[in-house]
Design a binder for this molecule. Structure first.
Ligand code: NAP
Length: 511
């Protein structure tokens, strides 16, 4: 049995005890584990060896490193897509979404970084006069925090999850210790090998923990940060970790989200905006077997459009064949290892408030498959619809009045979401709903016939735009161009003589 290694303190350490499975066949494909690893020493190694080496590089040098890493990972793309199939059950398309997302995000941060000057800080706004004359002056700047970035990732995006976080930390000049979700760690482990073998990241700038987090969080201090992606329950455990609270360690939580799509009453079946909605809904239900944090769970549809939507969505979903992810025409793969029982149990709970109108069954034979499933809610107010994330190819159509205020109220019952998509060609309706849902969502995706041809689907997280959401979605924020560096830097107010501050800490604001 292949034992995946952790890379800590400058060397590789094989681990065992946690089996990794192929969700298509149920076979065990590797194992990992973190027992006996010295995580206190790894934290020190990152802080004391990796941090100074990264901070000695300029922004453009770190940007060049990101670009070269994107290239190195792209070179092993086919191998990664195979591993994503073997351990994640990913179709080639699903694997690409993850792997190309990882290299694309690295490349994007390389391009953001090369525009920054070769100075050891980022400017933050204009200077401001504080005294009677401009001699007493103030400026804000952001400087890298001399700590370790601990990245704890979910099972569903082993490549993108690891690299989108690392890109921001590295560009800021902060070393990374990355821990993937154990059950799909194979892809992350192969990328970790690629990063270390490439020699591109200075020693200590990248460490990899394959297995449980053990006592890692006990060793963190005030300059360290934990960026976590995963379930709300684990997020709560990490957020309330006594040492992190006592030390004031930064914590960013990206958790689950009951994402919504809202169709407006002006939509006409067959229109460009209607077709855009159908295509995005079908993608969200089927892509990565519905195991995207941004996938739509609730589809709000005006009552008089529900029958037409269900019929057209059914036709659209018929085009997606479920099966072995290794076969070329398969579009719907099994859910990741260890997930199917939760998905089926969640579906049973949704049935308390909704009827299954399509799918809902598990095919005979091995494999963690569930047919793409659409439900129709009996009661739009039922609590379970707005609180339970069924992390699989499952979505519920919820009839509503079509009024902007009802759409807003129902969507916001998700308690805080990552993304909400709106479909309308009525600007007044769209503006009212956008403003109503904006405080409760990290991203509002506004679909209309004017952008339909060029639009990237709402489930796609783009490095230029912030990712994260309030409340239930964890309250975190990642990416968003250079905003993604905020977590890894300290904003500091400098007050003093204008000539000194503008001369030493001035410069144009970053884009
Ligand atoms: P999870 O069970 O919460 O695990 C997430 C990560 O936390 C894993 O690496 C896990 O390690 C680790 N972990 C578990 N207990 C821990 C502890 N006490 N201390 C430190 N680390 C701990 O979540 P998951 O099942 O992997 O992910 C699915 C969830 O993630 C879904 O709800 C989905 O919506 C959400 N998600 C959100 C986003 C987003 O960007 N907002 C993106 C993707 C997924 P082990 O694997 O070793 O247990």
């Amino acid at each position: 049995m292949q034992q995946l290694e952790s890379y800590l303190n400058g060397s590789w350490h094989p681990g065992s005890g946690t089996p990794l499975h192929d969700p298509t066949t149920g076979e065990t494909v590797a194992e990992c584990g973190s027992e006996g690893l010295d995580l206190a020493a790894a934290v020190r190694h990152g802080r004391e060896v990796g941090g100074p080496a990264l901070r000695a590089m300029t922004f453009p040098e770190r940007a060049a490193m990101l670009k070269a890493l994107a290239g190195a990972i792209h070179e092993i793309r086919d191998e990664l897509l195979d591993l994503a199939r073997i351990n994640g059950g990913n179709t080639r398309g699903d694997g690409k979404f993850d792997v190309d997302g990882a290299t694309g995000t690295l490349a994007a941060y390389a391009s953001f970084g090369k525009r920054l000057g070769d100075r050891p800080y980022l400017t933050d706004g204009e200077g401001v006069q504080l005294g009677r004359t401009p001699r007493f002056w103030g400026r804000h700047v952001r400087v890298p925090r001399p700590g370790l970035a601990v990245h704890i990732n979910a099972f569903n995006f082993p490549a993108w999850g690891m690299m989108e976080k690392a890109a921001c930390a590295w560009l800021a000049g902060v070393p990374v210790l990355s821990k993937p979700g154990s059950n799909t760690a194979l892809v992350a482990w192969r990328i970790a090998r690629c990063i270390v073998e490439s020699g591109l990241v200075p020693e200590g700038g990248f460490q990899f923990l394959c297995g449980s987090a053990g006592d890692l969080l006990d060793h963190l201090g005030p300059m360290d940060g934990v960026a976590f992606t995963g379930s709300a329950a684990t997020g709560l455990r990490i957020r309330s970790h006594p040492n992190l609270l006592a030390q004031g360690t930064r914590v960013n939580v990206e958790a689950d989200s009951i994402n919504a799509a809202v169709l407006a009453p002006d939509l006409e079946p067959g229109s460009a905006t209607w077709d855009l909605a159908l295509s995005n809904l079908a993608t969200d239900i089927t892509q990565k077997a519905g195991q995207k944090c941004t996938a739509v769970r609730r589809i709000f549809v005006p009552e008089d459009l529900v029958d037409a939507l269900l019929e057209d969505l059914g036709t659209e979903l018929d085009r997606y064949r479920m099966g072995d992810p290794g076969e070329r025409d398969t579009r719907v793969a099994p859910v990741a290892p260890g997930q199917i029982e939760d998905v089926v149990a969640g579906l049973e709970r949704l049935k308390e408030a909704a009827e299954v109108v399509r799918g809902g069954t598990r095919p005979e034979g091995p494999g963690a498959f569930l047919e793409p499933t659409v439900l129709r809610a009996r009661d739009a107010e039922a609590e379970v619809l707005h609180s339970l994330e069924v992390f699989g190819p499952v979505s519920t159509v919820v009839p509503y009045s079509g009024r902007a205020e009802d759409a807003t109220r129902l969507a916001n019952r998700g308690g805080g979401g990552l993304v909400i998509s709106l479909y309308s060609d009525d600007a007044a309706w769209t503006e009212a709903v956008t403003l109503g849902v904006a405080p409760w969502h990290g991203r509002v995706w506004i679909g209309s016939k004017r952008m339909a041809e060029q639009a990237l689907a709402p489930g796609m997280v783009l490095p230029q735009m912030v990712h994260g959401g309030p409340g239930r979605a964890g309250g975190g924020e990642e990416l968003g161009g250079l905003r993604g560096l905020d977590f890894y830097t300290q904003r500091v107010a400098l007050q003093g003589f204008q000539g000194f501050l503008d001369g030493r800490f001035g410069g144009p604001e970053e884009a």
